[in-house]
Design a protein around this ligand. Structure first.
Ligand SMILES: Cc1cc2nc3c(=O)[nH]c(=O)nc-3n(C[C@H](O)[C@H](O)[C@H](O)COP(=O)(O)O)c2cc1C
Length: 322
């Protein structure tokens, strides 16, 4: 069993609580790890390298406490790094992750092999996010241990390709770990992703509606009230295609009809970046299956039960001719 296979085999459910800017935090990540799933946060949610150092120390201490408590499986921990050369914090954030030997590094935007090599040197693994087969080829060449297929319908900066299509294309390139991202919301969805050929899933939007997330009550309520057609796809916010809650755009004074005709630059120059992501809220197409806010622990229990029920229910397929 290689390092990645071992990591997955030791998880209670093949679910990564996906890194979400301004939403994920150490309390949420630790609560997820305590349930045997993978907890994560993006390094860039912290305001400074010093704050990232604090968050990593909280994780080290929290995970050590969990290990000593003698409970069940403890999930691995991952940090998301934007590895594009335009990220001024990359060098400092990476040095810290190396110092803390973060087990899983989730990289996005660009695929620099030297980052991957430095993570491999301390025994870490790197999963890189991709939205097309071409991105996947580049990430594999650079030495990624796994690929996060960000498909149409995902929250945040999303892809546009249908999950069946992207998984099939990536599976023709590699047997390495494949993580499916995009509207995965229930335990049944996790099993479906595995059947499609994925090894793990990224679950983002579902975890916004947990008590431990940093999302405001208004954000969570908007998710409870939303259906998939309340999610607006646009690159106008910051130039990269993203799924946003239409109601939050309207509330921020954006005319949706106008927005459909905007070029990306028009909105970018109109507002300041951080404020934009604070006032305009992102979510994936999975919103229609989210009806509550609950603790991470209760959510993970529910996901495990739904997964088990879906697996048991597969027997009903025996009626289908082979
Ligand atoms: C509010 C929000 C913020 C996000 N921020 C990041 C981020 O900082 N880095 C990243 O790699 N992905 C980010 N994502 C994408 C998620 O990691 C993940 O790919 C996505 O949420 C999966 O789709 P789902 O929300 O439909 O489950 C974000 C998603 C959301 C909803």
């Amino acid at each position: 069993m290689n390092r990645v296979e071992k990591l997955i085999a030791e998880m209670a459910l093949p679910v990564i609580a996906a890194p979400m800017f301004t939403v994920s935090n150490p309390a949420m990540a630790l609560a997820v790890c305590a349930e045997g799933l993978m907890g994560t946060f993006p390094a860039h949610t912290t305001r400074s390298v010093e704050m990232l150092a604090e968050w990593l120390t909280i994780m080290d201490e929290g995970l050590a406490k969990l290990a000593n408590s003698g409970g069940g499986a403890i999930g691995p921990f991952g940090v998301n790094l934007v590895v594009h050369p335009t990220n001024p914090r990359l060098a400092g954030d990476l040095d810290l992750c190396i110092e803390h030997k973060v087990p899983v590094i989730l990289t996005s935007k660009g695929a620099p092999g030297e980052v991957f090599d430095r993570v491999h040197d301390y025994g870490g693994v790197v999963f890189h996010d991709i939205a097309s087969a071409r991105h996947a080829e580049k990430a594999l060449e650079a030495g990624a241990d796994g690929l996060i297929a960000v498909c149409g319908g995902a929250g945040g900066h999303c892809g546009t390709i249908n999950p069946f299509a992207l998984v099939n294309e990536v599976r023709q390139l590699t047997d390495k770990a494949l993580i499916l991202a995009g509207a995965v919301t229930t335990g049944r969805d996790v099993l479906a992703a595995q059947v499609m050929g994925a090894d793990l899933v990224y679950m983002g939007t579902r975890f916004i509606n947990t008590e431990e997330s940093s999302a405001s009550d208004g954000y969570r309520q908007m998710i409870v009230e939303a259906k998939s057609n309340d999610v607006f796809f646009t690159a106008a916010m910051d130039g990269a295609p993203a799924n946003l809650l239409a109601a939050s755009l309207v509330r921020a004074g954006v005319d949706l009809e106008d927005l459909k005709r905007q070029t990306p630059g028009a909105i970018i120059s109109a507002q300041e970046n951080k404020k934009r992501w604070k006032d305009v809220w992102s979510a994936g197409h999975g919103v229609g299956a989210i009806h509550d806010v609950l603790s991470v622990s209760a959510l993970c229990d529910r996901l495990k039960a739904e997964y088990a029920e879906a697996r048991a229910g597969l027997n009903r397929l025996s009626a289908v001719p082979a």
